[in-house]
Design a protein around this ligand. Structure first.
Ligand SMILES: Cc1cc2nc3c(=O)[nH]c(=O)nc-3n(C[C@H](O)[C@H](O)[C@H](O)COP(=O)(O)OP(=O)(O)OC[C@H]3O[C@@H](n4cnc5c(N)ncnc54)[C@H](O)[C@@H]3O)c2cc1C
Length: 423
């Protein structure tokens, strides 16, 4: 490929303690956590709407946050966000969790919500708490320099309607979902592969009637699909390639093929009987790029305690299954001020699936924001902070750091499948 050399003087537009790149749920959690720890925080988001896949990706489902036996496992900011997601919009929290009768084998603690209204609530909370926001701005590159700890990131280049600008930062949290910052900084990353899937929210005359009868607007949604592949790859068309999500060509091809497929299916209906509320405005990729962290969470780590756990999580599809998230999954030694969270966290196979969904993404975001603040306060590299101190802070914010062994079932090989929804 032909190349040209491009040089330009770029204005330095600001200096922050913590810059959060990407305003999905993990990014918003990281920004709020760092802000609540007293830091000057900038959140930079590519679109004009916070929440990422959980809002503009139209994934509107907080997967179960309890173990299926009546104990809430995922708490802290994940529970705060669950409440926030339904503060101004509908919910589907099972009745037993509202009237205090949840227990063994009752429906699990989860909810659907309005993705658009949740996005508004996320903007509101960040504005109220003093997180500086840059929407419609993409973190395009980083400036790296060697220091006594290895590689240090001085700040990020941001592209927007204002042109190209530079923002300096003490710590950068990569919550782009695609590990854009880490990749450009030279942190080892792992490329994922994606099946053909794409969905939108559909209203039909019938679904609207149903909502009116039940007096619940949440009942009006139906799902309308382009590609229809499941989390496990079922329905991925035979012979079709897998998608990466990390090049403009791939994103365009994935989107165009999916939109054409959605339209092909829609053409079968009477055009006066249905309407799409909104198409997803970010692609429905589950796994694009993630950190090759100091530690990788694996399926065999179920029920394992980690000394550096930043939070316990449960499995959305299998009751009883518990994991702890090691802090090592969010960092890489040799990069002193880069940390990640959300779906860029290091996990493998099914363990990564459990790690990347909305509630755990919020927990890793919360931990990343607090770890960033702690690294700055103690003048330590993010990969070398006192994890016991981080755990104390997280526990003080209602995060379950270690699950209790009494929650481990007698027969750990067996599990009850829970088809809780679309993940
Ligand atoms: C098809 C599908 C179904 C799913 N179903 C469920 C489900 O039912 N329940 C559940 O809990 N989870 C589900 N998930 C997973 C879950 O939605 C995500 O893993 C989770 O929301 C990830 O959050 P995040 O903040 O880590 O990343 P993202 O939501 O991907 O957020 C990343 C943000 O960064 C921004 N960004 C990206 N690059 C840049 C850049 N260079 N500069 C600035 N901003 C940038 C993006 O615009 C986005 O806002 C599903 C995912 C998919 C794809």
């Amino acid at each position: 490929m032909r190349e040209i050399l491009f040089t330009e003087k770029v204005p330095v537009r600001g200096k922050y303690d913590v810059i959060v790149a990407g305003g999905g749920v993990a990014g918003v959690a990281a920004a709020l956590a760092a802000r609540r720890a007293g830091k000057k925080v900038l959140l930079i988001e590519k679109t004009i709407t916070p929440g990422g896949l959980a809002t503009i990706g139209l994934v509107n489902f907080f997967v179960p946050m309890c173990n299926g036996r009546g104990t809430v496992i995922i708490k802290g900011m994940a529970e705060e966000f669950l409440r926030l997601s339904i503060r101004y919009g509908f919910d589907t929290i099972p009745e037993c969790w509202k009237n205090g009768t949840a227990g063994v084998d009752t429906p699990r603690y989860m909810t659907r919500y309005s993705p658009q209204i949740f996005a508004l609530a996320l903007t509101e909370i960040m504005a109220e708490e003093g997180v500086d926001l840059r929407y419609d701005s993409i973190v395009a590159n980083v400036e790296m320099q060697k220091n006594e700890y290895g590689m240090h990131c001085n700040g990020v280049y941001v592209e927007s309607k204002s042109g190209r600008e530079f923002f300096e930062a003490g710590v950068i949290v990569d919550t782009t979902g695609d590990a854009d910052v880490l990749f450009r900084a030279g942190v080892p990353t792992i490329q994922g592969k994606n099946y053909f899937s794409y969905f939108a929210k559909l209203l039909t005359l019938e679904s609207c009637q149903n909502a009116v009868e039940k007096k619940n607007i949440g009942e009006s949604y139906r799902v309308c699909t382009g590609g229809f592949a499941s989390l496990y790859g079922h329905n991925h068309p035979e012979g079709m390639k897998f998608f990466t999500g990390t090049s403009a060509e791939d994103v365009t091809e994935f989107t165009v093929l999916n939109q054409l497929e959605m339209l092909r299916k829609l053409k079968n209906d009477d055009r006066n009987t249905r309407e799409i509320v909104t198409l997803p405005t970010m692609p429905n990729y589950r796994t694009t790029r993630r950190i090759d962290g100091n530690v990788t969470l694996r399926e065999e780590d179920a029920y394992r305690h980690f000394d550096d756990s930043i939070g316990a999580i449960c499995d959305f599809d299998r009751r009883d299954f518990l994991y702890e998230i090691p802090y090592g999954c969010m960092i890489r030694s040799g990069f002193d001020n880069l940390i990640t969270a959300g779906r860029c966290t290091a996990g493998e196979g099914y363990a990564w699936d459990v790690l990347r969904v909305i509630p755990p993404a919020i927990i890793t975001g919360q931990a990343a924001g607090l770890a960033a603040a702690q690294a700055l306060d103690t003048k330590r590299p993010v990969y070398d902070i006192e994890t016991a101190s981080l755990q104390n802070t997280l526990a003080g914010q209602n995060v379950m750091i270690h699950f209790d062994d009494s929650l481990i079932p007698a027969e750990t090989g067996k599990h009850v499948e829970d088809d809780t929804g679309h993940v």
